[in-house]
Design a protein around this ligand. Structure first.
Ligand code: FAD
Length: 439
């Protein structure tokens, strides 16, 4: 996406070219093709969010339903990623938000909920309205080109992490794999002086945990040291979501109109995506067979199924989208079950998310669930919060050169104006009786 500025800058500095050109995408339901997106940056520029509404092709969605999205502009402007905005919207579900602002049932079901299922990995009634606004604004609404996507031309591990790790090693860094952090050791002054991985102890002057929610909860569970701190105990209230990642090799070439596709309506509370890896990955470009990656988010009910049943389900879904999959035969597959793999931004979860600075002076956190005012989401946020935590370590030691963190692209002028007018109005209201009402 255009907004992955820091990741793009990193791969440039590493002299890597891991991404495809900008690619188009499509959306399917059991009724067939629902939407096709152009490359937005190639279209004449329209003020946000007009381009997002005008340029995609929706063969089924009536105009009246699309128009019902307009009242949502108010919460989009009102939610400015501040602490107050998170507190105002976080207790509400995303579904309630869309309902309260008059979004039609069909637009919610066929457009907004599918975005939540692939962007926040959960159905609207299980997503915080604050997270929904933040994610939708960052990935889709802020600028016309935000919805444009590039994909890695292989696995992210081989194309980005491996060369990045090589550079770290060449620069003198030491990367140890296959170790699970189980605890930390503290000095009498309350600072971390070692990381414990089972029977191994690694001395440390400062520590950054870059683990997801489930990983952090496992560390807290096994760490009497961290359990002493209320914020670490409280983060046990957070949740994570199951994901299923599959790859299918078919015996023949199937023509797939777009390389990246999202699906909705096939399974009530599960979203999915499928990618044509022959079009995206260098390794499969010349392959005579079709190679598909199909991922399912909020896939709780699928993880206990057998591989064969999963493969059959995936082929059935693919056939509903593109008929030619019916006669193709699966010649190989891989099924990866990922329990509690991604962050669940549940309603009311904001109060338990932690900032980079923990109650322990030299212990910091990064990850897509860590509170940051940067405004990015998912992979970009995981990287940005890593840089923010690294900069905190530099500040702590008063030594070193802070990393440059590129801000997200500024709001368009009319949005800036609307936001500042709204903030003035809110300031006036806040002098009055607002504390009487629920935020
Ligand atoms: C199938 C799928 C598709 C996705 N697609 C996209 C996409 O297209 N765009 C996007 O922006 N985001 C996408 N995401 C989300 C993205 O992957 C996450 O936002 C991102 O990986 C979060 O990074 P993180 O560093 O916070 O956590 P993670 O990537 O989860 O990394 C945490 C690491 O910590 C390790 N760990 C856990 N416990 C311990 C321990 N005790 N000791 C040592 N290490 C530990 C884990 O093994 C893991 O390697 C996708 C996620 C999935 C599952």
């Amino acid at each position: 996406m255009v907004s992955l500025q820091n990741i793009f800058s990193l791969v440039d500095r590493l002299d890597l070219a891991p991404f495809t050109p900008w690619t188009r995408s499509a959306q399917y339901s059991p009724a067939g093709l629902e939407a096709e997106s152009p490359i937005f940056q190639d279209q004449p520029h329209l003020p946000m969010p007009l381009g997002t509404f005008v340029y995609p092709r929706f063969p089924r969605l009536p105009l009246i339903d699309r128009l019902s999205a307009w009242p949502m502009l108010y919460p989009v402007i009102d939610f400015d990623n501040s602490d107050e905005a998170w507190q105002r919207y976080d207790a509400m579900t995303a579904r309630e938000l869309f309902k309260n602002y008059g979004v039609s049932a069909r637009l919610y079901r066929d457009a907004f909920e599918p975005m939540l299922l692939v962007g926040l990995f959960a159905p609207g009634e299980q997503c915080s309205a604050a997270a929904a606004l933040g994610m939708l604004y960052y990935f889709i609404l802020a600028h016309q080109a935000d919805f444009d996507v590039v994909w890695c031309r292989g696995t992210v591990g081989e194309k980005i992490f491996q060369p990045w790790c090589d550079r770290i090693t060449q620069a003198g860094g030491k990367i140890l794999t296959q170790r699970r952090v189980t605890d930390v050791e503290m000095t009498d002054q309350g600072q971390v002086n070692a990381v414990i991985c089972g029977d191994e102890r690694f001395a440390a002057e400062a520590v950054i945990f870059a683990v997801g929610i489930a990983g952090m909860q496992n560390i807290v569970r096994s760490s009497p040291t961290l359990q002493q701190y209320e914020p670490f105990r409280n983060m046990m209230n957070l949740g994570a979501i199951d994901v299923l990642a599959t790859r299918l090799w078919f015996d023949r070439k199937v023509a797939i109109p777009q390389p990246a596709n999202a699906c909705f309506g096939f399974h009530p509370t599960t979203g999915s995506t499928f990618f044509d890896l022959n079009a995206l990955h260098d390794d499969y470009r010349q392959q005579p067979e079709t190679v598909i990656e199909a991922d399912f988010y909020h896939a709780n009910q699928f993880l206990s199924m057998s591989d064969q049943a999963i493969v059959q389900m995936v082929q059935q879904d693919l056939t509903t989208c593109i008929l030619a999959f019916r006669n193709a035969e699966v010649v190989d597959y891989s099924v990866i079950r990922l329990p509690k793999a991604v962050t669940h931004f549940a309603p009311g979860s904001y109060r338990y998310l932690l900032p980079a600075q923990t109650p322990v002076q030299n212990l910091f956190l990064s990850g897509d669930w860590v509170v940051s005012r940067h405004g990015s989401w998912s992979q970009e946020k995981a990287y940005v919060t890593g840089l923010e935590a690294a900069n905190q370590v530099i500040r702590y030691f008063q030594q070193g050169q802070p990393a440059t963190i590129l801000p997200i692209e500024a709001d368009e002028p009319h949005i800036q104006l609307a936001r500042s007018m709204n903030q003035c109005l809110r300031a006036v209201q806040n002098n009055g009786l607002t504390q009487f009402w629920l935020p």
